[in-house]
Design a binder for this molecule. Structure first.
Ligand SMILES: *Cc1c(COP(=O)(O)O)cnc(C)c1O
Length: 472
């Protein structure tokens, strides 16, 4: 029995069958998965009884461990064979080992109390970013609908995650699947991410233009060909899997201790939509009595939400979004894009994962709603601020992070400095992915901690050490 419908994100919104592959209603309002019953409190104990030593990959997965919360088809989640038939997983590895962790140096750098500051770190995911959590839930719906081929636009990590989940499915349970298609902006994607997509045999198309242009192209391809399934986070099925991030967080803190803040980078705003949906459903179930506040961090050179929220005062306003203001801003961006094509130099952020100017409408609207219900703030950080924060995060011994991830810590520092986040508050930051641009990072670290060339003898080594210490 179907457990859910697709419904417009406004109160009493239009309702559609869960299997309609739509992202919006006929009136253009985004839809989301709405469950017929609130979460059952008995799930808390059930979920905690599953874990790393469990027998099935579905119990070990840090998405499917919580499968009752995203069981839109009402499968028998207690039945391992039925789970195996329906659920798609990267062998149970999605969201394993993502924390929460404490990064004392990062907390101190941001001006926060390190006892109350926690980080989810998604670099340990198979594809190196949080994208796997939502990709496995999309593929679960795709398997149900017998989808043959997926397509996405990407700044890099979505394409790698899509390629890996597709590759894993083709190798295990869905051999008839066709290679996925990924459309990426030429030159604005890191080599490591491109490599991930290519190595997993995705069909990679590079276009002239940015992510927004790639997404437009992908959406028209999907509209023109029924057999293609959109794999971007505009599709509600990806948001469902991504809710697990906040569930595992709340599980860690005993289900009731709600953070004061969730701090996250904002790119195409699937994350912000999922964070909000997870806490909203926990509140509807009576598990928590308030939502955390949301802090979204933009790159200074791709700061759409910052401009729309802070400068143009665009608000959710119960679904009566002032579309004119949004379109006006997008018009200005289009103008700038045209000037750039005619040769004007425009600076682009090094934080390629959030180098997004026109996000999917669906996620923008969901995020405007999240900003309202979570008393949200948005700010922007420069590349220099992000690099500095990255040096600090990387020096905690838990691995090197994607520059866009570092915006979380740079943003925390900024918001603490402005008195918006208080130093003793309970703050959780999302470190969204691992570093996949070692060449650029090497270039940067050459100024921070360069390797020292020495002659191959003890004397030279000791002299070099001496010089290093006297310099300090
Ligand atoms: C995708 C991605 C983001 C942006 O997340 P959204 O959900 O699109 O806002 C940020 N950082 C990294 C590393 C990513 O891969």
């Amino acid at each position: 029995m179907e457990n859910a419908v697709l419904q417009e994100i406004i109160p009493n919104g239009l309702v559609y069958n869960i299997d309609e592959r739509r992202t919006k209603s006929d009136l253009g309002m985004p839809v989301e998965v709405r469950y017929k019953a609130p979460w059952d409190t008995a799930w808390q104990a059930l979920w905690s009884s599953r874990g790393d030593r469990a027998e099935t990959i579905y119990d070990r997965s840090r998405v499917w461990r919580y499968r009752e919360s995203l069981n839109w088809h009402g499968i028998d989640t207690y039945n391992p064979a039925e789970s195996a038939r329906h659920l798609v997983s990267l062998d149970g590895k999605e969201n394993r080992d993502v924390g929460p962790f404490q990064l004392f140096k990062a907390a101190e750098y941001a001006g926060l109390d390190n006892k109350n500051t926690w980080f989810l770190m998604f670099g340990s995911n198979p594809s190196g970013s949080f994208k796997d959590g939502g990709m496995v839930s999309l593929f679960t719906q795709g398997k149900h609908l017998h989808v043959l081929q997926y397509i996405c636009a990407s700044t890099g990590n979505t394409s790698q995650s899509l390629a890996q989940v597709a590759a894993n499915e083709m190798a295990t349970s869905t051999p008839y699947l066709k290679r996925p298609i990924v459309v990426v902006p030429s030159g604005r994607i890191t080599p490591g991410k491109l490599l991930g997509a290519i190595a997993n045999r995705a069909i990679v198309m590079q276009i002239d233009g940015d992510f927004s242009k790639a997404l437009q192209l992908v959406r028209s391809a999907v509209d023109a060909d029924e057999s293609l399934q959109l794999a971007n986070s505009a599709t509600p099925y990806r948001i469902e899997g991504q809710k697990a991030e906040m569930i595992l967080l709340m599980e860690h803190f005993g289900w009731h201790k709600v953070p004061d803040w969730i701090v996250t980078p904002g790119g195409n705003y699937g994350s912000t939509a999922a964070i909000h949906k997870a806490f909203r459903e926990m509140r509807e179930a009576g598990w928590i009595d308030r939502l955390p506040r949301l802090a979204v961090i933009n790159a200074a050179e791709a700061n759409t939400l910052d401009v729309l929220h802070n400068e143009r005062k665009v608000r959710w306003n119960n679904g009566n979004v002032d579309r004119k203001k949004i379109d006006e801003f997008y018009g200005e961006l289009e103008e700038r894009f045209r000037r750039e094509q005619q040769g004007e130099r425009v600076r682009h952020t090094d934080m390629t994962a959030i180098d997004i100017h026109v996000p999917a409408d669906e996620n923008l609207y969901k995020t405007l709603r999240a900003m309202e219900e979570m008393n949200g703030v948005v700010t922007s950080v420069t590349d220099e601020e992000a690099w500095e924060a990255k040096y600090v995060i990387d020096s905690n011994g838990l691995g090197e992070v994607d520059l866009a991830s570092a915006s979380t810590v740079a943003g925390m520092k900024k918001l603490v400095g402005q008195g918006i986040i208080e130093p003793t508050q309970f703050v959780v930051g999302r470190i969204t992915g691992r570093d996949k641009d070692p060449e650029k990072s090497f270039e940067r670290y050459a100024k921070v901690n360069p390797p020292i060339k020495v002659a191959n003898n003890l004397n030279a080594l000791q002299q070099a050490l001496q010089a290093l210490y006297t310099l300090r």
